[in-house]
Design a protein around this ligand. Structure first.
Ligand SMILES: NC(=O)c1ccc[n+]([C@@H]2O[C@H](COP(=O)([O-])OP(=O)(O)OC[C@H]3O[C@@H](n4cnc5c(N)ncnc54)[C@H](O)[C@@H]3O)[C@@H](O)[C@H]2O)c1
Length: 283
């Protein structure tokens, strides 16, 4: 089995910062790569803020926080990831960009190092084809917020080697996560099911003339959901959900996968959920 000691994270945005935090907190030397020093420092500041909050809430000690932060180094150079055993890519959800990043990583990394993408909706196989070593490419699909949500979908393409899949799975477990294996199919497991389901909930708002508060009350009390669908879509971000719906609809073509008109309208009005201060609810 490939032993993963040093980890690279490409992109320290929402997902990248969370994944880098998971990595340093679980004892791994981690290199975070951003496109500018300013963005790299912003990513580091996010990680420091969350770890400090963890100390305040008694989840970790000050010494553990400091040790975790000391394991993170920053770079703007992909070639500085050359001695990593695993690199997780978390750049924007654009196929060409990811393919460029993978082609470059493939050139600088050892052929047995594992290359993982955190894509939600793109084909891992199409990303892997940009490399000379597609057997070492897998998907590692974390959920937002990565330090909080335990699931990681470990995605296998037709060309992924057992060694790469097993190494990614074992690392996720060591990092305290709950990995599951699946094949490279549109939406993998959770999004394949959850996206059309959330879209159904949004359509029912208009079809049955239900208020968002009542929809959430219905699904938490009637279906045992821990959080109502409107609150969940607000948390995910209307734009992120619409984008994921479009991607799934584009690949599988089922009408219920297409984003409901109501969400498209909300996005056009800048009502993006929690992050913009307004979605189904005001924040
Ligand atoms: N946000 C979520 O809920 C979520 C959940 C699971 C997976 N994902 C996936 O994770 C990935 C990142 O999403 P995010 O929400 O963290 O996005 P984000 O916008 O927070 O971060 C995007 C990152 O891409 C980098 N980037 C932008 N342009 C670049 C370029 N030209 N070259 C290299 N890097 C560039 C940015 O610097 C930043 O680090 C996407 O593939 C997304 O589908 C997101």
């Amino acid at each position: 089995m490939i032993e993963i000691k040093k980890v690279g994270v490409v992109g320290l945005g929402t997902m990248g910062a969370g994944i880098a935090q998971v990595s340093v907190q679980s004892g791994h030397e981690t290199v975070g790569r951003e496109v500018s020093e300013e963005l790299a420092e912003r990513g580091q500041a996010t990680i420091e803020r969350y770890l400090t909050r963890g100390v305040e809430k008694g989840r970790l000690s000050q010494a553990e926080r400091d040790a975790a932060i000391a394991r993170l180094t920053l770079t703007t150079n992909l070639s500085d990831l050359g001695d990593c055993d695993l690199v997780i890519e978390t750049v924007l959800e654009e196929l060409e960009l990811k393919r460029e990043v993978f082609a470059e990583l493939d050139r600088v990394m050892r052929p047995d190092a594992v290359l993982a993408t955190n894509t939600s909706a793109l084909s891992v196989s199409e990303i892997a084809e940009a490399t000379q070593h597609p057997e070492r490419v897998v998907g590692m699909h974390f959920f937002n917020p990565a330090p909080v949500l335990p699931l990681v979908e470990i995605v296998r393409t037709q060309k992924s080697s057992d060694a790469a899949v097993d190494a990614a799975y074992a690392w996720a477990e060591r990092a305290g996560k709950q990995p599951v294996r699946c094949n490279d199919t549109p939406g993998f497991i959770v999004n394949r099911i959850l996206i059309p389901l959330l879209n159904d909930c949004v359509r029912v708002l208009d079809e049955a003339d239900v208020r968002p508060e009542d929809m959430d009350k219905a699904m938490t009390n009637g279906a045992g959901w821990p959080m109502g669908p409107c609150a969940l879509v607000d948390l995910i971000g209307i734009d992120v959900h619409v984008h994921a719906s479009d991607a799934l609809h584009g690949k599988l073509g089922e009408a219920r996968m297409a984003p409901p008109e109501r969400l498209v309208q909300m996005q056009a009005e800048g009502k993006l959920g929690r992050k913009s201060g307004e979605g189904f609810y005001r924040y």
